[in-house]
Design a protein around this ligand. Structure first.
Ligand code: UDP
Ligand code: MG
Length: 151
């Protein structure tokens, strides 16, 4: 079982897509164990995207993710990290497959609606950036056996 960090980016919030984006993950069977709206400070945004520091798109990326509120989610399930990345689709909307969040809702080469951790290490670090231990809710879904199976 894995837990991953997702956030609906400011364009997703502004476009009124919070519910539809969260629904994609919920319908898949991922369990929400953390959820909050917040505005990223510049320092948190820079910490989060430190791997991209120095790249040409970095200044625009920081401006974009701090431009308005985001909705952060901690999602749990078997292979949650890879599964969420698949549901999100390729980085840019114009490349992302239909059926994915980015493929269905976006066409931009920078504003792409959603972030998701890309490895177990990133998930661990990113979850700690957005959620305190007490903010994560460790609940047992009633249909857990049916939805998650034996894994
Ligand atoms: N980004 C951008 N231009 C680029 C590459 C990335 O604006 O050429 C932005 C985009 O919002 C992307 C984020 O930077 O989601 C982080 O890039 P990464 O390659 O990690 O993509 P992701 O993991 O979000 O698919
Ligand atoms: Mg990334």
């Amino acid at each position: 079982m894995e837990t991953t960090l997702i956030f609906v980016k400011p364009d997703g919030v502004q476009r009124g897509l919070i519910g539809r984006i969260i629904t994609k993950f919920e319908e898949k069977g991922l369990q929400i164990v953390g959820l909050k709206m917040m505005k990223l400070s510049e320092s948190l945004a820079k910490k989060h995207y430190s791997v991209h520091k120095g790249k040409p798109f970095y200044p625009g990326l920081i401006k974009y993710v701090t431009s308005g509120p985001i909705v952060a989610l901690a999602l749990r399930g078997p292979r949650a990290i890879e599964t969420c990345r698949k549901l999100m689709g390729a980085t840019f909307g114009y490349k992302a497959e239909p059926g994915t969040i980015r493929g269905d809702f976006g066409i931009s080469g920078s504003f792409n609606l959603v972030h998701g951790s890309d490895s177990p290490e990133a998930a661990k670090t990113e979850l700690a950036l957005y959620f305190g231990k007490k903010e994560l809710c460790d609940w047992k879904p009633a249909l857990m056996e049916q939805v998650f199976g034996s894994e």
